[in-house]
Design a binder for this molecule. Structure first.
Ligand code: PMP
Length: 395
């Protein structure tokens, strides 16, 4: 290894470790269901984004296996050469139906999708108004576009309006976009979409909503935009197929011309191999399940409310989440990591989330209850929280 790289790595890794900011990865020895096995230990899993339990659903497994038998395990090429199977176009049609838009385009991941979509439309002569708590993939997508990035205070509509006005009046930009997460994953709060859309209409802003954590969760499953009845008012509806949908991939849903443009100009679509058959088939099945019934969605909310109530009654600071995401805010980074470690030892897998994922001093253990948890699992988790919380002086 080059000496310069060796010293760079040592210095920075040591620094992270000494500050308690080094994230240790525990490989799972089981499927990522409501119970998981890690280091030989059975744990109640409160860390996945598998909101509806679909990652292990037998109906998805069945269509995935069938797709493998018929189409193999790989798509074989990028979408624009000959990697587009009929399965891809069927999935995209289903996503458009699910999102109440004219068309949709699928990408290999939600992260990829933000890198692809923002830079396909925005360039150095444009500006992007981006909520300061937007996801890393939005930040990177904005950077890639070379547009001027204007950070907006989190969900602060006065700040958004003032900055939109300034950006328009300065006359420097051809296009201006406003980007927000639909649901903010670290706190579980919902973007103020009606106000955002109103400001966008006033200043002719392009609207871009990344609903990775809202799809399957809000709007009876159809997402945050549908929740507010704004399906025809948002230009880019972004989603991931890896959380509530339970598989992998990302998508943009919107007007036909927008999707046509993304198909000719977004680089991951043009230059990275298409999603494999099993995944596409499973994603389509998951969306069909969501469109047929709200049963999983309703169970997710019931479980979320139950866990929140239990932790709040014990005296934990669970923030102001408006969705099933249940942060348990501890504060100091090392204590947060110690808390999560003790939960692990007692039988709960709830990962600590610390700086730089969240601001310094707001370390938290984030709980993601799912439709697949039973009341017994949640009761057991709450009892463990109580024990560890008292032991570490958090409650
Ligand atoms: N956007 C948001 C808001 C996210 O939370 C995530 C997932 N962490 C992504 C995009 C990336 O999605 P994926 O995991 O499918 O790449």
């Amino acid at each position: 290894m080059a000496k310069v790289l060796d010293s760079f790595l040592k210095e920075n890794l040591d620094d992270l470790k000494s500050k308690g900011l080094f994230n240790v990865i525990d490989p799972l020895q089981s499927a990522n269901g409501p119970m998981i096995k890690v280091s030989g230990k059975q744990l109640i899993n409160l860390s996945s984004n598998n909101y509806l339990g679909l990652a292990t659903d037998n109906r998805l497994k069945e269509v995935a296996l069938k797709a493998i038998e018929e189409f193999g395990v790989g798509a074989g090429a990028v979408r624009t050469i000959n990697g587009t199977l009929e399965l891809h176009t069927a999935l995209e049609d289903k996503i458009a139906e699910f999102k109440h838009t004219e068309a949709a385009i699928a990408y290999q991941s939600g992260f990829n999708c933000n890198m692809a979509a923002i830079s396909a439309v925005m360039d150095k002569n444009d500006a992007i108004l981006s909520d300061e708590l937007n996801h890393a993939s939005i930040i990177d997508g904005c950077r890639l576009s070379k547009a001027k990035i204007i950070r907006v205070k989190h969900s602060d509509m006065d700040d958004l309006r003032a900055k939109a006005k300034e950006a328009v009046e300065c006359g420097l930009y051809n296009k201006i976009m406003v980007i927000t997460d639909g649901v903010f994953s670290m706190d579980g709060d919902i973007a103020k979409l009606p106000e955002i859309v109103q400001i966008a209409e006033e200043f002719d802003l392009i609207t871009y909503v990344d609903d990775a954590h809202g799809s399957g969760v809000l709007g009876k499953g159809a997402g945050t935009v549908k929740h507010f009845g704004l399906s025809d008012k948002v230009d880019f509806q972004i989603g991931t197929l890896s959380k509530a949908i339970g598989v992998v991939g990302g998508y943009v849903a919107g007007k036909k011309e927008l999707i046509e443009w993304l198909k000719v100009r977004s680089r991951p679509f043009l230059f990275s191999t298409a999603l494999p058959p099993a995944d596409i088939a499973a994603c389509k099945k998951a969306i069909e399940i969501l469109m047929e019934s709200t049963e999983l969605h309703d169970r997710l909310w019931e479980n979320g409310d139950y866990l929140k109530k239990g932790l709040k009654e014990l005296g934990f600071n669970i923030g102001d989440s408006e969705t099933p995401i249940t942060p348990c805010i501890i504060g100091e980074e090392k204590l947060t990591q110690q808390f999560s470690r003790r939960l692990f030892e007692e039988g709960v897998y709830a990962k600590s989330i610390v700086f730089p994922t969240v601001p310094q001093g707001t370390g938290r253990v984030r709980n993601m209850p799912t439709a697949a948890h039973t009341k017994e699992m949640l009761d057991q988790a709450i009892a463990i929280y109580e024990r560890v919380g008292k032991e570490l002086g958090v409650i």
